[in-house]
Design a protein around this ligand. Structure first.
Ligand code: ATP
Length: 353
């Protein structure tokens, strides 16, 4: 199945200033995002931030009060759900239990009155692309979770959508299977060259699956960027706090520089008091007396390949994470130690509000 269009530069999907209200409650506030051909973009945010609502607006289940949703340059807001060039894969896969794999995949084409010979060719192609040839006559109950999901994707693919919409497709799975399926699904979408929007509240899943992540909060998009940038250069304190572990430390700015508690400094355009975010793996624990940032190990634990310390330093509780093989000695609870920032440039600085 080829889903590529001729114009490789224009975005496939453009969401422009979309706002959505339920009664007087504003669920989406002027959300904009653009998705290129073959790109996987994830909407990530905590429960209730509006990510499912945005996905549903793109799918056509909801009509936004304001804004436009363009697919290949055409405004789709007036286009009914079943005529939009999108395909939705739901949380539960929503397969028909009484239909075989072939019946499930063929269903949409039958509903559209596609001729029989074309149906069997397209179904065969779709099953081929998700590596499920040979499973045509099985029922959903005779498939693993991963295979069921591939049927759900084949059922959508067969309709040749321009945009694949996936709403928390791994919710039903246990943690280990989830990890494997994330990799498989990303590889599959990439192999098919599909453009996809993916919804999750799981940051690790977003970091695994996405070309870019849109972090949402309270109906707004806070930052849209590739996973590394979201993690390493979070645009706001909210994003920094939401993705990964973070220490926020109030610091003073003088002459365009913030002095960190260990005495090192970083340039900033902010003024007065700021919050400096230091990732736990950007800190090192050293013997007391080696630096000005003194503390005491309150707690230490092994988390697989990592060792985590919670250090009490003045009023603050600071988290430090080190690779287990990196530790020079096993610091114990109660040890008096010093803290050091490994790379000051890797700290991010936010206004202290
Ligand atoms: P979750 O991860 O829990 O699904 P979400 O980020 O996907 O969260 P949405 O489902 O988009 O959040 O919901 C956003 C807000 O809109 C929530 O406060 C929710 O209660 C509200 N909401 C969603 N659907 C409706 C509706 N049909 N009528 C009224 N309010 C709604």
């Amino acid at each position: 199945i080829s889903l590529a269009s001729s114009d490789k530069t224009a975005p496939v999907l453009r969401v422009e200033n979309v706002s959505k209200r339920f009664g007087t409650f504003t669920v989406l506030q002027s959300c904009s995002i653009s998705v290129s051909e073959g790109e996987i973009v994830t909407l990530l945010g905590s429960s209730g931030c509006g990510k499912t609502t945005l996905l549903r607006c793109i799918a056509g289940f909801w009509a936004p009060e304001e804004g436009m949703i363009l697919i290949d340059g055409h405004n789709t807001v007036p286009v009914p759900v079943n005529r939009r060039p999108v395909g939705v894969v739901f949380q539960s896969y929503a397969l028909f239990p009484h239909l075989t794999v072939e019946g499930n995949v063929a269903y949409g084409l039958r509903m559209r009155g596609v001729p029989r010979s074309e149906i069997s060719r397209r179904v065969a192609d779709a099953l081929e692309s998700v590596s499920l040839r040979g499973f045509e006559n099985r029922y959903p109950s005779q498939l693993s979770g991963g295979q069921q999901q591939r049927v759900a994707i084949a059922r959508v693919l067969v309709l040749e959508p321009r945009v694949l919409l996936l709403d928390e497709p791994f919710n039903a799975l246990d943690a280990k299977l989830r990890g494997t399926m994330q990799i498989e699904l990303r590889e599959l979408i990439k192999r098919l060259g599909m453009t996809a929007i993916f919804v999750t509240h799981d940051q690790e899943e977003a970091l695994t699956m996405s070309d870019r992540i849109a972090v949402m909060q309270g109906g707004r998009i806070e930052q849209v960027a590739p996973p590394d940038e979201i993690f390493d250069r979070p645009a706001t304190a909210y994003v920094a706090d939401f993705i990964g572990l973070s220490n926020f430390i109030p610091c003073k700015v003088r002459d365009g520089k913030v002095t960190l508690p260990d005495g090192q400094s970083v340039a900033t355009k902010e003024s007065d008091t700021v919050k400096v975010m230091i990732r736990p793996h950007n800190l090192r624990v050293t013997a007391q007396g080696t630096g000005p940032w003194q503390g005491q190990v309150r707690f230490q634990r092994n988390i697989g390949p990592l060792i985590e310390y919670i250090v009490t330093a003045g009023e603050a509780e600071i988290r430090v994470v080190a690779m287990r093989q990196d530790r020079t000695r096993p610091w114990s609870e109660g040890d008096a130690i010093s803290l050091e920032v490994i790379d000051p440039e890797y700290c991010t600085i936010y206004p202290a509000v």
